[in-house]
Design a binder for this molecule. Structure first.
Ligand code: GLY
Length: 268
């Protein structure tokens, strides 16, 4: 059983450079600060993910990779241990998809996609972002030298757990392609026993039902580092990018079969 009351764990995606840890640390700091100011755990996780969406070095929000037709379509999801879940998929034109996913948790729906997600976000007044604004923020889409993935956060407030993810998806993928992020139990899962957030190749993460199976291992009492080791073995080390952050009341673990910027903050 961990001694720490608060644990905030963030990642910048499988393939993100480890020197970008200043960005993941800043996200964890914001999440923890927001939580300590009285926000809910889900709100705090979303605020941490939004910091990563606002950092063009990561593949989410302003740093999202473009699709094969040059459009930018983003997926995001959030879940907490009380069973609240909300997601958006193929959302275009908004700065922080994670906040839109959070707003979906307050509706009768679980997932909104494409035009419907954009209409919902517009009606709710979320900040917009054009594809031009994304390139203007310094991401060189033409080089292709950096292949990064989904950003995420898992957190524990001493009583409950939450997880959030956001992504621009795979560079050059078909418009309308949706990966693991908005699919419950694939990219993320949270429950009374912990929270899990994955990053990497969305199709293979989905086919392994990665997050729910990792969560079930936490539920049966496996320590986070054991779960991480087991999950990494499900993926081909060269062909399949995978990264994972997870937390339970037994501690936390983070790792990837690629480089991955990640950070943790623990506090009593
Ligand atoms: N893991 C994010 C994606 O494949 O879309």
């Amino acid at each position: 059983m961990t001694e720490n009351k608060y644990i905030f764990l963030t990642h910048g995606g499988a393939g993100s450079k480890e020197e970008y840890q200043d960005g993941t640390l800043q996200a964890a700091k914001v999440g923890l600060k927001v939580l300590k100011s009285g926000a809910t755990l889900m709100d705090s996780v979303c605020r941490a993910v939004a910091v990563l969406e606002d950092d063009f070095r990561f593949n989410a929000g302003v740093g999202s990779h473009p699709r094969s037709d040059g459009s930018v379509q983003m997926d995001a999801a959030v879940m907490d241990g009380q069973g609240q879940f909300g997601a958006v998929a193929a959302l275009e034109g908004f700065r922080n998809p994670i906040h839109v996913a959070h707003a979906v948790t307050r509706t009768q729906y679980k997932v909104l996609v494409d035009r419907g997600a954009a209409q919902f976000a517009k009606k709710a007044g979320f900040e917009t972002l054009s594809a031009d604004q994304i390139t203007a923020r310094g991401v060189d889409f033409s080089t292709g030298e950096e292949v990064t993935d989904t950003v995420g956060c898992v957190a524990y407030d001493g009583k409950s757990f939450a997880a959030g993810l956001s992504t621009g998806g795979i560079r050059g993928a078909a418009p309308g392609r949706v990966g693991d992020v908005p699919l419950i139990g694939c990219g993320l899962y949270a429950g009374p026993a912990g929270a899990v957030a994955a990053t990497g190749d969305g199709e293979i993460i989905t086919m392994h039902l990665t997050a729910i199976r990792a969560y079930q291992m936490l539920e049966r009492g496996d320590r986070p580092e054991m779960v991480l080791e087991e999950v990494l073995h499900w993926f081909h080390p060269v062909n399949d990018a995978i990264g994972l952050i997870l937390v339970s009341d037994d501690g936390y673990a983070a790792g990837s079969n690629r480089t991955m910027a990640w950070s943790v903050l623990e506090e009593n």
